[in-house]
Ligand binder design. Structure first.
Ligand SMILES: Nc1ncnc2c1ncn2[C@@H]1O[C@H](COP(=O)(O)OP(=O)(O)OP(=O)(O)O)[C@@H](O)[C@H]1O
Length: 600
C-alpha cells in the first residue's frame, strides 16, 4: 500500500532537498565545498550542544543536592570532577559554542550573497547573449523581475537550504547523544518528530501551492508595473479610465491573495509545531517516568536534549516550509536561464576589418515559420553609396534593416558582406563596422558625452565631439548648462525629439562605422535641423555606405539609388530618375511630395 502523495516520507523529504540542491548546483560554484565544511561544523556544533546540556543538567543536580563533586555526563560517558572545575569547563564550552554558532551564521550569509551575485551575472550574460528574437519577445518587466525579486528569493533559498542542512545534522547529532544517554527516550524522540512531520505535511503542501501562485503573480505584477510606467504619458493624456483602474486593482488583488495565504501559513505552521511539540514532550516525559528512568541527572539531561532537539526539529520544519515557498522562484529562474542559453546568438569566427560591399542574396524571412515577410530579396551596395529604402507600411523595410544588422537571420538565402556569407564574421566586429540610428532612439540617464559614447570606452572625447559636429549638434551642446557634461535622460531632463535624433546620429557616427543605417533619420526634425542633418549625411557620401529608410521623399534627395519594397518583395533598385520613369509607387510618392504631402 502506498502512502498518500502529501505524506512526507523520508524519501520524499530527501527528494525535495535533492531537487532544491539540483536547482542551486549551477549557481553555487566554489560555495559547494563551504557547504561540506559547514555540514561538518554542524555535527561538531550538535555534539558541543549535547555536552553542554548534559553538563548543565549534571551541575544543576549536584547543586540541588549540595554536592561539591559532580557526576558529569550521565550514561556511559560518566566521570567525576569538582563542581567549580566543571563550571569553568562549561563556560569554556559555552564560549566555543558561541563562536561556532557565529561562524555557522556567517557561512550561509556569505554563500547567499555570492549566489545572488553569480545568478545576476549569469542572467545578464545569458540574456545579453540571447538572440534578438528572444530578447524582443520578452514582455516588459519580466527580465527586470528576474534580476531583482526572483534573484533575491533564490539567494534567500541558499540561506534556507544551509540552515536546513545544519538543523538536520544538529538534530541527528543530538539524537545520537540522546541514544547514548537513554535509548528509550531517543526512540520516543524519533517517534514524536515523525508524528509532527506527518501531522503538518498537508499544510506544507498547501504552502507550496500558494508559493507557486505567488511567484507567478509577482512576475505578472512586475510586467504590469513596467507597462504602467511606460504608459504614464498616455494615461495622463487619455485620463486613467475606470477600466484601467480596475485592471490595476485586479493586478494588486492577484498578488494579495497568494501573499496572504503564504504569509499566514508561514506563521501558523511554526506556531502549531511548537504547541504540538510541547504536547508530545510532556507525553514523552510521562512515558520516561512510567518506564522507570528516574535517575535525576539522567532525566534532566534527557529533558534538556529533548527540548533542544525539538527546537532543531522546528527549524527543519521552518526551513522546509520556506523552501517550499522558494523552490518555485528557483524553477522559474532555471527555466529562464535555460531558455536564454538555448537561444544564444549565432556568431562567426572570421575577423571583419572593413566592409566594402553589403547586400542580400535570395533572402526569404519570416518572424515565425507560418508568416513569410520577405521573399527572394537580392541586392548589393558598395561603400560610399547612399541607398534609400522606400515602400508602403508593412512592406518589409524594417525587416531588411534587422537582417542587415544581424539582429535576425534569414530563413533562407544570405546576407552578404564583401561577397561572403555574413554569418562567417564575428558579431563583435560587425557591431563595430555597421551602425544604426533607430526611429525612436533611446537615451541613457547620464551625460551627453556618455550618451554619445554609449559604453564604448575606446571612443575618445575628441571623437565624441567630432561625431556631434557631424550630426550638427555640437553648437547646441555647448549652449547647454554644462556642455557635454549636461545630464540628460529618457523622460526627466529630456531633450527635444530632434536633438535626441541628432544625438543618436552622433552616437552611431562616433564608432567610425563603414555602414550607417538610419530608420527615417529626419522624421522628428524641424525644417532647419532636417536641412542640417541632410547636409551632414551628404558630407558622409563617398566615405561610408549609407542606408536610409525613408518616409519622406526629401530624405531621398541625397540617394544614389533607391530600393522600392512592396509586399515583402524588392520591386526595384535604381537611380531615382529611373524609378520615376519605371516604378509606379515611387512616381506616386514623388508626385504627392511635390504636391506638399509626405509619403504614405
Ligand atoms: N516582431 C515582429 N513579429 C511578427 N511580425 C512582425 C514583427 N515586426 C514586423 N512584423 C510584420 O512583418 C511585416 C513587415 O514589417 P516591417 O516592420 O518590416 O514593415 P515596414 O515596411 O518597416 O513598415 P513601416 O513602414 O510601417 O515601419 C508586417 O506585416 C509586420 O506586421
Amino acid at each position: 500500500m502506498s502512502l498518500p502523495k502529501q505524506w512526507p516520507t523520508p524519501t520524499r523529504v530527501v527528494r525535495r532537498y535533492t531537487t532544491a540542491w539540483q536547482q542551486f548546483g549551477p549557481f553555487l560554484g566554489s560555495s559547494k565545498s563551504r557547504i561540506a565544511v559547514m555540514a561538518g561544523g554542524s555535527v561538531v556544533a550538535g555534539l558541543v550542544e549535547a555536552v553542554l546540556l548534559a553538563l548543565v543538567a549534571s551541575l544543576a543536580t549536584a547543586l540541588s543536592q549540595g554536592q561539591t563533586q559532580v557526576d558529569a555526563l550521565p550514561g556511559p560517558l560518566e566521570f567525576e570532577a569538582p563542581l567549580l572545575v566543571l563550571c569553568l569547563v562549561g563556560m569554556g564550552v559555552a564560549v566555543f559554542r558561541g563562536a561556532l554558532q557565529v561562524w555557522l551564521a556567517y557561512v550561509p550569509a556569505s554563500m547567499s550573497a555570492a549566489v545572488m551575485a553569480n545568478l545576476r551575472r549569469d542572467l545578464f550574460e545569458r540574456f545579453t547573449s540571447a538572440s534578438w528574437k528572444i530578447q524582443s519577445a520578452e514582455r516588459d518587466g519580466h527580465f527586470q523581475s528576474l534580476m531583482t525579486t526572483q534573484a533575491i528569493q533564490a539567494s534567500a533559498a541558499v540561506t534556507t537550504l544551509s540552515e536546513g542542512i545544519s538543523a538536520v545534522l544538529m538534530f541527528f547529532t543530538l539524537l545520537a547523544s540522546a541514544f547514548l544517554l537513554s535509548a528509550p527516550t531517543a526512540l520516543i524522540l524519533i517517534g514524536a518528530s515523525a508524528v509532527l512531520f506527518v501531522m503538518l505535511a498537508p499544510l506544507a503542501r498547501r504552502q507550496r501551492g500558494h508559493a507557486r501562485a505567488l511567484s507567478a503573480e509577482n512576475v505578472e505584477y512586475a510586467k504590469g508595473v513596467q507597462e504602467m510606467v511606460q504608459l504614464a504619458e498616455e494615461t495622463q493624456v487619455f485620463g486613467a479610465s475606470r477600466a484601467y483602474r480596475e485592471a490595476v486593482e485586479g493586478m494588486i488583488q492577484e498578488v494579495r491573495r497568494p501573499l496572504l495565504q503564504t504569509r499566514f501559513l508561514n506563521r501558523a505552521v511554526p506556531a502549531l509545531y511548537q504547541s504540538v511539540a510541547f504536547f508530545l514532550l510532556l507525553l514523552a516525559l510521562t512515558i520516561v517516568f512510567l518506564s522507570g528512568a528516574t535517575a535525576i541527572g539522567e532525566l534532566g539531561a534527557v529533558v534538556l536534549i529533548l527540548i533542544r532537539s525539538l527546537t532543531f526539529g522546528q527549524r527543519i520544519q521552518a526551513s522546509s516550509t520556506r523552501m517550499n515557498e522558494l523552490i518555485p522562484y528557483m524553477g522559474r529562474l532555471r527555466r529562464a536561464l535555460d531558455h536564454y542559453a538555448d537561444h544564444t546568438r549565432q556568431d562567426g569566427d572570421q575577423p571583419l576589418s572593413r566592409i566594402e560591399r553589403l547586400g542580400m542574396s535570395h533572402v526569404d524571412f519570416g518572424y515565425d515559420a507560418k508568416t513569410p515577410v520577405l521573399h527572394d530579396v537580392s541586392f548589393e551596395a558598395s561603400r560610399g553609396e547612399v541607398i534609400g529604402i522606400v515602400g508602403p507600411s508593412g512592406a518589409g523595410k524594417s525587416s531588411i534593416v534587422q537582417l542587415l544588422l544581424r539582429l535576425r537571420l534569414p530563413t533562407s538565402g544570405t546576407v552578404t558582406v564583401n561577397d561572403q556569407d555574413g554569418r562567417d564574421f564575428r558579431l563583435e566586429d560587425w557591431r563595430h563596422r555597421v551602425s544604426y540610428v533607430p526611429q525612436s532612439p533611446q537615451l541613457l540617464w547620464g551625460t551627453v558625452a556618455d550618451n554619445i559614447r554609449f559604453y564604448r570606452d575606446d571612443i575618445s572625447d575628441a571623437d565624441v565631439e567630432e561625431a556631434a559636429r557631424k550630426a550638427s549638434l555640437h553648437e547646441e551642446i555647448l549652449s547647454w548648462p554644462k556642455g557635454y557634461q549636461t545630464v540628460i535622460g529618457q523622460r526627466a531632463a529630456a531633450i527635444s525629439g530632434g536633438q535626441r535624433q541628432r544625438l543618436c546620429l552622433a552616437r552611431a557616427l562616433a564608432g567610425r562605422p563603414d555602414v550607417l543605417i538610419l530608420d527615417e533619420p529626419t522624421s522628428a526634425l524641424d525644417v532647419k535641423s532636417e536641412q542640417a542633418v541632410q547636409e551632414s549625411l551628404a558630407r558622409m557620401k563617398g566615405e561610408v555606405l549609407l542606408l536610409l529608410v525613408a518616409h519622406r521623399v526629401s530624405t531621398l534627395s541625397i540617394c544614389d539609388r533607391v530600393m522600392v519594397m512592396g509586399d515583402g518583395r524588392l520591386q526595384g533598385i535604381a537611380e531615382p530618375e529611373v524609378l520615376l520613369r519605371d516604378n509606379d509607387f515611387f512616381r506616386e510618392i514623388t508626385e504627392i511630395s511635390q504636391a506638399g504631402h509626405s509619403v504614405p
